[in-house]
Design a binder for this molecule. Structure first.
Ligand code: IMP
Length: 422
């Protein structure tokens, strides 16, 4: 049977999914993105250069791996063609890139709406990446979104003009700049022609690949904490980065998803607003940020840092049906000397060792229950689990005990090769 491996973030994004995806893609026929858009970002070292991916699955860097942007992705064509250009400069074969007919398009009005809608939230801003992701998914749900396939329909220009006019009425109402209708139409008619060679029915393509027993890796974007249904609503993204989004965003049936890798770090981080129970808004958090280089790949924003939260992670493992973990940045906590794992939440005198809805809206009142570990070790370039220092193993085994799944990948340094595969 075909093997479909899914790589998902278990916290708030930026767990280092790219590292695991890149490794799995080297053994896969197809690398696939299913959700989100260019709010995601990861950097891959390629022949001495750094390539930043926001939309195209990084697996395309492997000579024999095809890349698919699935129907659940929202595509900003400007960003897409910037990425294509970088790949062309590196002589990557772009005949291997396939874009879904059903993927929705981001337009300049979505980007401006992202700013406007954040402004209107007053004290409840989400802290979005301002890439137009939320407004594009809003239009999709409102059934006025325009998909890749719609560009090739004679009604495209009429629908696009209608949308721009309606959006401009909203912008006028709030004294936001009026967008140039002619310019946008011209731009997207050009994108239409540029995109044509890549556009296919990716659902049918993937079904055929499954029939042919091909190996597929799904590169998840964002993470469980940011899931619109299962994350910290409303401080979330506007899609489903959990396992369900992989199915609806690709058309691959549940029974094929046989390996689910949950990715997390040996500490935790978050960008943007929202609850973060184990956050260390202090010197420890600052040290983790510097040691772990915790600055956004997409927005360069400094990330909030804190301790690993096993209660939230257990929830994420259950929600996604995780079969194995990838634990990144073990080397980073090895530089801290001591590290803590949150193993429970204390609220109203009660200790929760599993996630509970009781804490919703009261995250700031939760007192984390920590266990402290000695983490004074240097493990860079280590490739064998058996050779790891006892303190590193103790930390990993405590995580496995709480989460009930094995740690299969261990990140020991920034490069892709700095990984122990167990
Ligand atoms: P949006 O996806 O731009 O609407 O942003 C919604 C929230 O998700 C914000 O808190 C963002 O910082 C966060 N977010 C979106 N994409 C990512 C990501 O790839 N990594 C980390 N945080 C993200």
């Amino acid at each position: 049977m075909a093997n479909v491996a899914v790589v998902l973030g278990l916290n708030y994004g930026d767990e280092g999914k790219g590292k695991v995806s890149t490794f799995l893609a080297s053994k896969s026929d197809i690398a696939l993105r299913c959700t989100g858009g260019n709010n995601a970002g990861h950097t891959v070292e390629f022949k001495g250069d750094k390539i930043v991916f926001h939309l195209i699955p990084s697996g395309i860097l492997n000579e024999n791996t095809e890349a698919v942007i699935g129907n659940g992705v929202v595509i900003d064509p400007k960003v897409l063609f910037e990425e294509i250009q970088v790949l062309q400069e590196h002589n990557i074969d772009l005949n291997k890139l396939h874009i879904s007919t059903r993927a929705h398009l981001i337009f300049p009005y979505h980007i401006q709406e992202d700013k406007l809608f954040e402004d209107l939230k007053e004290d409840d801003k989400v802290g979005t990446t301002a890439r137009g992701i939320g407004p594009c998914y809003m239009d999709k749900a409102d059934r006025i979104g325009l998909r890749v396939i719609d560009m090739y329909n004679p009604t495209f220009e009429k629908k696009l003009r209608r949308n721009i006019k309606n959006k401009n009425k909203i912008f006028a109402l709030y004294n936001y700049p009026i967008l140039d209708e002619e310019e946008i139409v011209k731009q997207y008619l050009t994108y239409r022609d540029m995109m044509k060679p890549y556009v296919i029915d990716t659902v049918a393509y993937l079904h055929k690949a499954l029939e042919e027993n091909k190996n597929i890796v799904c590169e998840g974007a964002q993470a469980t904490g940011l899931d619109m249904d299962l994350g910290d609503y409303p401080m979330v993204t506007s899609s489903n980065p959990t396992i369900g989004g992989i199915q609806t965003g690709s058309g691959i049936g549940a029974r094929y998803l046989n390996e689910v890798y949950g990715v997390c770090k040996a500490y935790a981080s978050r960008v943007g607003e929202g609850p973060f129970i184990t956050e260390q808004n202090n010197e420890i958090g600052d040290t983790i940020r510097e040691l772990g280089h915790e600055y956004g790949a997409t927005t360069k924003r400094p990330r909030r840092c804190g301790w690993m939260d096993l209660v939230a992670l257990k929830y994420a493992v259950n929600v996604n049906g995780v079969t194995a973990l990838a634990l990144n940045h073990l080397d980073t906590i090895g530089k801290l000397g001591k590290a803590k794992l949150c193993v429970g939440y204390q609220l109203d005198g009660k200790v929760y060792d599993e996630y509970s809805d009781d804490i919703i809206g009261r995250e700031n009142e939760v007192v984390p229950v920590y266990e402290e570990f000695d983490t004074n070790f240097a493990i860079e370039k280590e490739i064998s689990y058996n050779n790891l220092p006892i303190d590193a193993k103790r930390y990993i085994e405590r995580i496995e005990k709480h989460l009930g799944v094995p740690v299969k990948f261990i990140g020991t340094g920034p490069d892709n090769e700095d990984t122990i595969i167990r």
